[in-house]
Design a protein around this ligand. Structure first.
Ligand SMILES: O=C(O)c1ccccc1N[C@@H]1O[C@H](COP(=O)(O)O)[C@@H](O)[C@H]1O
Length: 230
């Protein structure tokens, strides 16, 4: 099982290079002003040029209008747009069509109802990112370093491909992979030494933990009473 790895919220050459050298597949730049990881379009453009051809470049946006998205797309030239706000199914389809870029739609998960909503977005988003819902009163819609109950994903259609995020780090990602079947893994806080400060050692340890993960063939998931082997 090869799992795509995304590191989000990179803002320095040193940490970007550490992620690239460790074999990251996607690198995310955050365009949400309240985030401690927010970068300007100019800064993201420099970092994106450094990463281009080595990893896919993701522009993370939150409920952004077309004019602001266009500014990012024209200058940074991302490979992906990540929509991490409360964008509707219609808005996801509109952004994808208008900009001609694949869209990674983030959905906050806290309960079974949130999981069932994922199916609504599956046909319009190029890929889904299942993240923890932010704690009440949080300033950020993501990047809060909190996990959700991964067992909730047992209810997902097994054919639905998704990326997993929310409070993942080198210590818990193997357990997350053992309980779920994500196409990819995404982390931000879990590879930082302080909010917004990415740590090269934590990035390396995180990617090594994912690459080193081996599913236990005797430990299939139980879905609706039926054992699904790995
Ligand atoms: O990282 C941020 O600052 C951020 C801001 C606004 C929306 C989303 C954000 N990050 C995304 O959230 C996931 C989970 O973060 P964490 O690992 O729990 O800290 C992250 O991978 C980003 O895609």
């Amino acid at each position: 099982m090869t799992v795509i790895v995304k590191i989000c919220g990179l803002s320095t050459e040193e940490t970007l290079d550490a992620a690239l050298a460790a074999g990251v597949d996607m690198v995310g730049f955050v365009f949400f002003p309240k985030s401690p990881r927010a970068v300007s379009i100019e800064r993201a453009s420099v970092l994106a040029s450094r990463a281009r051809g080595k990893a896919e470049i993701v522009a993370l946006t939150v409920d952004m209008d077309d004019a602001a998205l266009a500014g990012i797309v024209d200058t940074v030239k991302p490979d992906w747009l990540q929509l991490h706000g409360s964008e509707s199914v219609e808005r996801v389809a509109e952004v994808r069509a208008r900009f001609g870029l694949p869209v990674l739609k983030a959905l906050g998960i806290r309960d079974a109802g949130d999981v069932s909503r994922a199916a609504d977005y599956a046909s319009v988003a190029s890929r889904l990112l299942l993240d923890a819902k932010p704690p009440k009163g949080a300033a950020l819609p993501g990047g809060n370093g909190v996990s959700f109950d991964w067992h909730l994903l047992d209810a997902l259609d097994p054919g639905l491909s998704y990326m997993l995020s929310g409070g993942l780090d080198a210590d818990n990602v193997a357990e997350a992979l053992a309980l779920t079947r994500p196409f990819g893994i995404d982390a931000s806080s879990g590879v930082e030494s302080a909010p917004g400060i990415k740590d090269p050692d934590r990035i390396r340890a995180f990617i090594a933990a994912i690459r080193g993960f081996r599913p236990n063939p005797d430990q299939g998931r139980i879905i609706a009473g039926e054992r699904i082997s790995s």
